[in-house]
Write a protein that binds this ligand. Structure first.
Ligand SMILES: C[S@@+](CC[C@H](N)C(=O)[O-])C[C@H]1O[C@@H](n2cnc3c(N)ncnc32)[C@H](O)[C@@H]1O
Ligand code: SF4
Length: 325
């Protein structure tokens, strides 16, 4: 799949559910109405779509949500998709909030997953509960431990929030180094419908980097993933730090990805509402019709995104996942 700007699409993020057992303040409202089941792709349909993507050159698939591990049958789905690894697919990964990891870690490894991203915005139990509105830190840390024991390489995703967790970023980096995890910091993005005023907690990662540089030697790394992250090696700690700065950096020239919502809506860009609905196309016309619809998406994939904080919020669906590439 090559878009009209010559960018080759090799990476797809697939949301397998809009549901979640947490309610992170920057992501969801306290009272959520989730989609009726018929609107969400079935597990079989997700596999069918994945097969079309793989046939068209996609090499990496990341499962996300909502929270992917609350989807019933997620074990069946990951093991089915895992069979594609080495047969067109190079890598299957997942982004999870970690609450269900303790019971799923071995299953993920057995499916062929080797790396996961786990979201963790604070290592203070009260703060963690505040940000997630209900999360139990011990449960998530237990899940992270189980995943590490199962052999999964873990990257921690931490959304940088002014006045909430900005004072624990350095200690999170040290903890990650001790545990053998990488750390990626994420700027809050104007996605999803939430009650909170996200501008209040918006923290530019340029500020975070300056303050980390007073404590750590950050060596810019050439590693790029085609996503919005820039990477640094932290001298002496042996940990890789990623900064995801969609609002302050332009990363669009090398964009290699598209995103599929749990409904089968596929988006060419996170910061635009350019989209093509694949669910009914798949249900009515099968794989060939999906291929044609993907061509329409590629033809219209925007050159770059246009975020503005809270103003002119793009109509990106709440159950899109935004990070972790
Ligand atoms: C939408 S979640 C889905 C997967 C899983 N539930 C989790 O939390 O890891 C994926 C990532 O997006 C991040 N995220 C969600 N809403 C965001 C926002 N408005 N700005 C920045 N990051 C956000 C989360 O912190 C998480 O790391
Ligand atoms: S960020 Fe992830 S864990 Fe938090 S509410 Fe959103 S989907 Fe759920």
């Amino acid at each position: 799949m090559i878009d009209s700007f010559g960018r080759r699409i090799t990476y797809v993020r697939m949301s397998v559910t809009d549901r979640c057992d947490l309610r992170c303040r920057y992501c969801m409202a306290e009272k959520m109405t989730f989609l009726p089941r018929k609107d969400v792709l079935s597990l079989e349909e997700i596999v069918e779509l994945a097969d079309v993507f793989i046939a068209r050159g996609v090499r990496r698939i990341r499962l996300t949500g909502g929270e992917p591990l609350v989807r019933k049958g997620i074990d069946v789905l990951t093991s089915e998709l895992g069979k594609r690894i080495g047969r067109g697919l190079d890598e299957l990964t997942m982004t999870t909030n970690g609450t269900q990891l303790a019971r799923h870690a071995d299953m993920l490894f057995d499916s062929g997953i080797r790396r996961i991203n786990v979201s963790l915005d604070s290592r203070d139990p009260d703060r963690f509960r505040h940000v997630t509105r209900r999360g139990d830190l011990a449960q998530v840390l237990g899940g992270i431990g189980a995943a590490a024991r199962a052999g999964l390489k873990i990257k921690i995703n931490m959304v940088a929030l002014k006045g909430i967790n900005d004072d624990e970023i350095g200690s999170m980096l040290r903890w990650c180094a001790n545990e053998g995890h990488d750390l990626t910091l994420i700027e809050t993005m104007p996605l999803g419908e939430v009650e909170e005023d996200r501008t209040e907690h918006y923290l530019p990662l340029s500020d975070v980097r300056s303050s980390l540089e007073r404590e750590f030697d950050l060596i810019p790394s050439l590693a790029r993933t085609g996503g919005p992250a820039r990477y640094y090696e932290v001298d002496g700690l042996g940990v890789r730090l990623g900064l995801i700065t969609p609002l302050t950096h332009n990363f669009c020239d090398g964009c290699n990805r598209i995103r599929v919502a749990a409904t089968g809506t596929v988006f060419g860009c996170l910061g635009h509402d350019q989209r093509v609905e694949l669910r009914d196309v798949l249900r009515n016309g099968g794989a060939d019709a999906v291929t044609d619809a993907l061509d329409r998406l590629l033809a219209g994939k925007p050159k770059g995104h246009q975020f503005r904080i809270e103003a002119a919020q793009p109509a990106v669906e709440r159950h899109m996942s935004v990070t972790g590439g």
